[in-house]
Ligand binder design. Structure first.
Ligand code: ZN
Length: 212
């Protein structure tokens, strides 16, 4: 089975940016062919009118939903980091988040709360949301997504600490399997002063969750 190798070869980490971009049209066409075949396997007729453009459309949608693979955290942040003497916690709360679980390729969605304590530099607030998207727009598990957001913010900003909470609902749990409609999964990642200092951690949890 060479499937693993194909994925590795196509992954942007194994190609330079230009080759990856140039192969985009080829990958879109290949994905459409596979979705055409998948429709047949599922018992559908891919030639019926309502499905005629579905393979191309679904392939484009999937490429869009996984576009985080072709963006690095540094690209997402760009020149959005500024010298600033501010040493209190900065919290961007309730950043909308849409991702795909890597086990079922079904959506999970919710919110991210991202905080940091600066160390001489701050980051543009919209850049925090873009950083979340870099990792959300990939096949993910919520736990890793949470850690990656925290690690990336730590790497680009080098703050005193970072705290990330993600709360999300998973369609793979809601639509299939245990069919639990209202369960919310919470994950957190705490770095630096958020891990070391209980006061900082408590302030973060209070501000992020809105609970006293
Ligand atoms: Zn899943």
């Amino acid at each position: 089975m060479s499937g693993g190798n194909v994925v590795t070869a196509l992954h942007p980490a194994a190609m330079n940016g230009d080759a990856w971009a140039a192969s985009k049209a080829h990958r879109a066409q290949r994905a459409a062919e596979l979705i055409h075949e998948l429709l047949t396997v599922l018992g559908e007729d891919p030639e019926r009118e309502g499905l005629r453009s579905t393979p191309e459309r679904a392939a484009r949608a999937l490429q869009w939903l996984t576009r985080g693979y072709s963006t690095s955290p540094e690209e997402a942040v760009g020149p959005g980091i500024f010298e600033e003497r501010h040493d209190s916690m900065v919290l961007v709360r309730s950043i909308e988040l849409y991702s795909l679980c890597e086990h079922h390729m079904l959506p999970f969605y919710g919110r991210a709360h991202v905080a940091y304590v600066p160390n001489g530099r701050i980051i543009g607030l919209s850049k925090v949301a873009r950083l979340v998207d870099v990792f959300a727009r990939r096949l993910q598990v919520q736990e890793r997504l949470t850690d990656q957001i925290a690690d990336a913010l730590e790497a680009v900003l080098r703050p005193r600490g970072v705290g990330v909470i993600v709360e999300a609902q998973h369609l793979c749990m809601m639509m299939r399997g245990v069919q639990k409609q209202n369960s919310m999964t919470l994950t957190s990642a705490l770095r630096g002063t958020f891990a070391d200092c209980q006061m900082t951690r408590d302030e973060f949890l209070r501000l992020a969750t809105g609970r006293p």
